[in-house]
Design a protein around this ligand. Structure first.
Ligand SMILES: [Zn+2]
Length: 211
């Protein structure tokens, strides 16, 4: 069981959209491996990932319409004991975030068949901006604040392999694994899914709950 501490969030990672300059801004923030590990622990306290290196996280944020465009990129090296033989395996992790975030909350659209004729629920302007933004992932923020850390956590969970074994092709130096299977693959799968879902649930929690 790992020690649980309140994670200190770098000030830069909390972006107040009302203070965003017209042309946005751009910075690099160095976070330690310990910090990245603690960030993952917020959605899965029992995870066994660790990060041996500091990571420089590049963030660009600029206003776009009602919302903001957020781009971020970083790379680091993650380590996890092989789930079969427990040998520590290293995995390069590179991520890139390219999102359009808007104020509000995710709408659960319940569409009837008629709604699929696009004109029935979208105006021309909306169609135009939807097409412009279609290439970016969408997200939401509330209270005028964009938080970068949860987005990084989501991205890390997406990049880290579900089955960190010696022979995983994503490993820095994939090698043959001669270990016994320590957990049934079913249990393993459930564990990793839970960790990822916890991350998503956490994102949802940050959205306004009243609809
Ligand atoms: Zn192994």
């Amino acid at each position: 069981m790992k020690e649980r501490k309140e994670l200190e969030i770098p000030k830069n990672f909390i972006i107040r959209t009302d203070r965003l300059p017209e042309h946005g801004f751009d910075f690099s923030e160095t976070v330690t491996g310990t910090w990245l590990s603690a960030l993952l622990a917020e959605s899965d306290p029992e995870h066994e990932w660790s990060f041996a290196q500091d990571a420089s996280v590049r963030v660009q944020c600029r206003p776009q319409g009602e919302g903001v465009i957020l781009e971020s990129a970083s790379g680091t090296l993650a380590e996890h004991p092989c789930t079969r033989c427990l040998r520590v395996v290293k995995f390069p992790v590179n991520f890139q975030i390219d999102m359009y975030l808007e104020p509000g909350e995710e709408k659960e659209l319940e569409l009837s068949e008629e709604d699929f004729s696009v004109e029935s629920f979208l105006g021309q302007d909306e169609i135009h901006s939807a097409m412009q933004l279609a290439s970016r992932e969408r997200g939401f923020f509330k209270d005028g604040v964009v938080e970068v850390a949860p987005l990084i956590r989501e991205e890390l969970w997406l990049q880290l392999p579900d089955y960190p074994t010696c022979d995983n092709s994503a490993a820095l130096e994939p090698a043959g694994c001669h270990g016994e299977v320590l957990e049934s693959s079913k249990a393993e799968e459930l564990r990793f899914r839970q960790a990822k879902w916890a991350g998503l649930a956490d994102l949802k929690k940050r959205l306004p709950s009243d609809s």
